[in-house]
Design a protein around this ligand. Structure first.
Ligand code: NAD
Length: 300
């Protein structure tokens, strides 16, 4: 059993903390929102009076917060309260630069650290089937692995500090681009008189096959569990896809990488979210690609 402080008990952090409890760990939780603290207490999390109080007794600290600025602020606040050598793990999706700054803060304070963002969404968080992509030293990874295994099915060490975030934004850039490609193909198929099922049956077993098609098919029918069958309720919200695409573009700019399709995908999701669809599943962008009238007619 490990004593774990868990800061950020939201959509992802709540079920992740609950799975740590189920695995037999002692979990000391904190969130700014009282109702989330109460919900986690129902799951067996011991609620602390502050993030600092949660961290003081912990061997491992996990943060699951919205953005880089939140992670840096929380780590700066709680690092002085932690015991030397405590392992800090950030599982939020944040920019690579902030992730590397967080590692530096931890090292200065005499702590071990890992960036370990996740893929798999709220469903994966609840089912303890997340994929973790980790950046940090071999020692930090080895210490974190048994803890992460209580929340995920696949734990990948991607290299040194920040490389977990790098893997996450590269993966999600592929996802954003591929979803737009799949949506364009269905919109074109419709105009050519091709049924959704026929296009799915061909593309899902041909070279067009990809996760956006086979798991999140953007039209109702071929994949019954895809958000398209549930009024495009997320799933994976378009606003979160936009956040990740923006992170990929910030990183591309900083690294001097050309990512023209990623840039285009970011612009299209900015337009779609800006038209009031940020809370819809990201596959809902098919309405936008059929034309603005279609978006308004099917506002999710
Ligand atoms: P969320 O907004 O539901 O949860 C974040 C929580 O952090 C909130 O409950 C908030 O009150 C809390 N918080 C903020 N500042 C705090 C502070 N100073 N001290 C304590 N608590 C604080 O977000 P989420 O959907 O759980 O996502 C968390 C992270 O995981 C994000 O970076 C997101 O991009 C990433 N992510 C989300 C998904 C998803 O499907 N929701 C999937 C993969 C990755």
């Amino acid at each position: 059993m490990t004593t774990i402080a868990f800061i950020g008990l939201g959509h992802m952090g709540g079920p992740m903390a609950a799975n740590l409890v189920k695995a037999g760990h002692e979990v000391l939780g904190y969130d700014l929102v009282a109702s989330l603290r109460d919900a986690s207490a129902q799951d067996g999390v011991s609620i602390a009076a502050s993030a600092k109080e949660a961290v003081a007794r912990a061997e491992v600290v996990i943060t699951m917060l919205p953005m880089g600025k939140h992670v840096l602020a929380v780590w700066a606040d709680v690092l002085p309260a932690a015991r030397k050598g405590t392992l800090f793990i950030d599982s939020s999706t944040i920019d690579v630069e902030s992730a590397r700054k967080a590692h530096a803060l931890a090292a200065e304070a005499g702590m071990a650290s890992l960036d370990a963002p996740v893929s798999g969404g709220v469903g994966g968080a609840k089912a303890a089937s997340l994929t973790f992509m980790a950046g940090g030293s071999d020692e930090a990874f080895a210490r974190a692995k048994p803890v992460l295994e209580a929340m995920g099915r696949k734990i990948v060490h991607c290299g040194p500090a920040g490389n977990g975030q790098a893997a996450k934004i590269c993966n999600n850039m592929i996802l954003g681009i591929s979803m737009i490609g799949v949506c364009e193909a269905f919109a074109l198929g419709e105009k050519l008189g091709l049924s959704h099922q026929a296009l799915f049956d061909v593309a899902s077993t041909s070279s067009g096959q990809c996760w956006s098609l086979t798991s999140y098919c953007p039209v109702p029918g071929p994949v019954p569990t895809s958000p398209a069958n549930n009024d495009y309720k997320p799933g994976f919200a378009a606003a979160l896809m936009l956040k990740d695409l923006k992170l990929s573009q910030e990183a591309a700019l900083a690294a001097g990488a050309a990512t023209p399709m990623g840039a285009e995908a970011a612009q299209l999701y900015a337009l779609y979210a800006g038209a009031g669809h940020g809370e819809a599943d990201f596959s809902g962008i098919i309405h936008f690609l059929r034309g603005l009238g279609a978006v308004e007619a099917t506002k999710a």
